[in-house]
Design a binder for this molecule. Sequence first.
Ligand SMILES: [Zn+2]
Length: 490
Amino acid sequence: MRGSGPRLWSGLAVLAMGCLASAVAGAADSVSASVSASDSTSISASQSWVDGRGESRAEARLVDSWANQNLENLLELYRHLHAHPELSLRETETARQVAEAFEAAGYRVSTGVGGTGVVGVLENGPGPTLLIRGDMDALPVSEQTGLEYASEVTALLPDGRTTGVMHACGHDVHVTTLIAMARMLVEVRSQWSGTLVLIAQPAEEIGQGARAMMADGLFENFPRPDFTLALHVDSALPAGTLGYTPGFAFANVDSVDVTFYGRGGHGARPHLSIDPIVAAGSFIGSVQTLVSRRIDPLEPAVVTVGSIHAGTKHNVIPDEAVLQITVRSYSDAVRDQLLDGIAQIASDTCRTFQCPRAPVIGVREEYTPSVYNDPVFTARAVALFESAFGSERVVEMPPTMGGEDFGRYARALNVPGLMFRVGTQDPEQWAESRVPGSVPLPGVHSSRFAPVAEPTLSTAVRAMGILALEMLGEANPPASAPDSPPGASE
Ligand SMILES: [Zn+2]
């Protein structure tokens, strides 16, 4: 944790956040995102990796023919995964399937990395090391898509309730694509040189998986990546299209708990009590001035009090009031400013209302850091996608204040990372939904989110395949043009 100030670090256990939870409505409109690289993890690019390999057409043909030949198998795998979703940290069957596929393809496979995580490594000569990540977990949502292969899986929640389980965030597409990459890149291994690290990550939906895999030695026990790459389905885009956001794409996500202490008593005699609800109410108003008055208006920031609990009855002043707050930012400086500001305003509010004790402010240690798409990596991907798919099918997307723990890898390694998006909606329905006044299509995390399997899958596989080949080294690189990123050999 960075920053100083009056906040108390309480190290609370679990940070819950959903990927793409705040996917942007109308995101398919092309906008140019104004981003600041001041806190990025990007490295300055040397010409060798900026230019790429320049063989995109031949590679695209190779990938296309592989995707065509294997499409039926992949669709079957996808439908199976969709019908058998597993909740975060319980992805045992999915992990087993991934491990089997990696092993069958000839990878060195490790299971149980950071819980249920799977790592497959293929060393294929000198060259860069590319990490490709797919996340495996599903959501506690009862599926209502009516699809033939809809999930009927149920699971017990920690509180004893039963819930439906559904791949409502498209991680089944991600796992299918990961397995496709494992197979394809082995079959075309004569075309590239370098090291491939494929990871099937658990627990993205609760913001824990990336952290758990790193804590379990992901970058110590396996080759250290020079690039990190992932894709995510996007319900704001029609199937067959790709989206990208250069720079910051997802936010820092912090969960903060604030407890105000008062002195309880009879509601009819407030002068003999100290009312924590009034203190909390005052705080809720004041804390909004952090974003409106203290943060640079050109810097994205959100402070949302999502929960307030206090009291039991009309005429009893309680002893305490507990607030739960979500805090979103892109840069680390703004993040520190928000967290410090919350602590300061809470402390000063208590002083104002003469609370008998200072407030307790818990910032959960397991925050999710922002995702920063390296602009050079992104530009290389976009050039490649446009030449393979046509520029009308490659869309710049605005950044979102949602969270995704994929950013953790590139940040920890200080290497370029990229997460691009893959459209999922039926193109005709998508077009109808764009007419003003029409009902929006169900998005990710909805019980009715139903990606059309095709052309979603073939687009994901083709895009990831050509980009992987682009980022890996040439099979026989000329000595004068090393195809590796700056610092790769250090
Ligand atoms: Zn997701």
